[in-house]
Design a protein around this ligand. Structure first.
Ligand code: UGA
Length: 437
């Protein structure tokens, strides 16, 4: 099938490469020339495990191309909208500039029988507007909403083997025909038994923000329990293990620590609240305000803990921060709790050195005033305190005995509850963590 993918960022680049892997002819379109040049050369513009190999394979097969020339989409019969919907500056709502721009570009080139597939995370109601525009521009074309649930770091696997498909479309012959076209595209995953939920446009858009809101709520729930644990001397990791054994609760996404960040969860819950307000049902989502507040409180608590461990003040203390990405296996620093904490500690007078295996280039660009170093050795040299904020495998595997030789004071705060306190204390470290005695 001939496919165009509009937007070649974290979502679109992976989607384009995966669709080519499935045997389709794909043209990836983006307005950023540098991004297109890199992708065309087989280089992933961001860190995503498995993507470079996949790009190389797909480009070599001749089934994948990238361009800034949107007219190249005219040959395609299915057009995926994969652009970002960031948070508006100074507001909670989502910024739909890129979605609108892609729609404007697409409308004039649509042919009868074409299917437009929205994958971007949008406020409910957006798809209905685009659907009207599509029908007006080309009555023989149809819009479907097919939200994406991929996680950064697992994006290739999540795209090729998703845990479910959601199709939102109008209950008309044209709508069902368009759904059949999407079945054809995802044939192999559907044949493997991947569940599919067919629904209306509004539900499909809501599924995505509901899923991310639930995940954010789960994380903030356990972080709220961490606050209780801190007040009582209890241990939040044992608590999570114990409640997680109940299959109705489940242990996943119950890791307490410095909280959630990234380009999705924080902005999605805020955009969802903003949209609920517009719809006159803001009370239904008031709890998400609390979810957001708990999450942000963890970052402040982290700095308080650093102060406590440093004897009451972090002014002039040399603090090594391990981790800058919002989570491991990613170089994404959007709304990263690690960089937020690091920069605030610096503003409050600490001498901070940050390191990360993948995110240093992005961190240097966004936080030019932060001292960013390339290795753990440079970060921890003569440090008075080590703070672990992103649980990269190599940090979890650090040897407490060897590391102790490199620091001035063996004090560590485990902001992700990912280290073994017994081993670190046995090696002579002061070990502190969020929600643990
Ligand atoms: C999230 C969702 O998990 C995906 O399903 C969704 O498709 C994606 O957003 C999106 O909307 O595009 P992602 O942002 O890649 O994916 O990252 P997550 O793995 O969800 O992690 C989000 C944040 O929560 C990270 O900062 C992570 O460190 C934190 N987290 C996660 C915790 O603090 N505790 C946990 O137990 C789990």
């Amino acid at each position: 099938m001939k496919i165009s993918v509009f937007g070649c960022g974290y979502l679109g680049a992976v989607h384009a490469a995966c669709m080519a892997k499935l045997g389709h002819d794909v043209i990836g379109i983006d307005v950023l020339e540098e991004q297109v040049a890199q992708l065309s050369a087989g280089r992933a513009p961001f860190h995503e495990p498995g993507l470079p190999e996949l790009l190389e394979e797909a480009l070599a097969s001749g089934r994948l191309e990238f361009t800034t020339d949107a007219s190249r989409a005219a040959d395609a019969v299915v057009h995926f909208i994969c652009v970002g919907t960031p948070q508006k500056q100074g507001e909670n709502a989502a910024d739909l500039t890129f979605v609108r721009a892609v729609t404007e570009t697409l409308l004039p080139i649509l042919k009868p029988g074409d299917v437009v597939v929205g994958k971007s995370t949008v406020p409910v109601g957006t798809a209905e507007t685009i659907s009207e525009q599509v029908h007006e521009a080309q009555p023989g074309a149809e819009l479907l909403w097919n939200p994406e649930f991929l996680r950064e770091g697992f994006a290739v696997q999540d795209t090729l083997h998703p845990d479910r498909f959601v199709y939102g479309f109008e209950d008309t012959d044209a709508g069902h025909r368009a759904a059949g076209v999407l079945d054809e595209i995802y044939r192999s995953a559907l044949a493997d038994g991947t569940p599919k939920v067919e629904t209306d446009l509004a539900t499909a858009q809501l599924v995505k923000v509901a899923a991310n809101s639930f995940l954010a709520t789960k994380i903030s729930f356990i972080n709220a329990m961490a606050e209780l644990c801190e007040a009582t001397g209890a241990d939040v990791t044992s608590l999570a293990d114990a409640i997680g054994h109940d299959a109705r609760i489940g242990r996943r996404f119950l890791n307490a620590g410095v909280g959630f960040g990234g380009g999705c969860l924080p902005k999605d819950i805020r955009a969802f609240m903003a949209r609920a307000g517009e719809l006159g049902v803001d009370q239904a989502l008031t709890f998400l305000q609390e979810v957001d507040a708990i999450n942000l409180r963890r970052r402040a608590r982290m700095i308080d803990l650093a102060r406590e461990v440093s004897g009451g003040s972090i002014v002039g203390r040399r603090i090594a921060v391990l981790g800058a990405a919002f989570k491991p296996d990613s170089d994404d620093i959007r709304d990263s709790p690690a960089l937020d904490v690091a920069s605030r500690m610096q503003v409050q007078g600490a001498v901070v050195r940050v390191t990360d295996p993948q995110a240093m280039d992005n961190a240097r660009k966004k936080f030019p005033d932060l001292t960013c170093v390339d290795t753990v050795e440079e970060a921890v040299a003569d440090a008075d305190l080590v703070v672990l904020l992103t649980e990269w495998r190599e940090y979890v595997a650090l040897d407490p005995v060897a590391l102790k030789e490199q620091v001035a004071v063996p004090a560590l705060i485990d902001g992700r509850n990912c280290l073994d306190p017994v081993a670190w204390r046995a090696a002579g470290w002061t070990y502190r963590a969020l929600g643990r005695p």
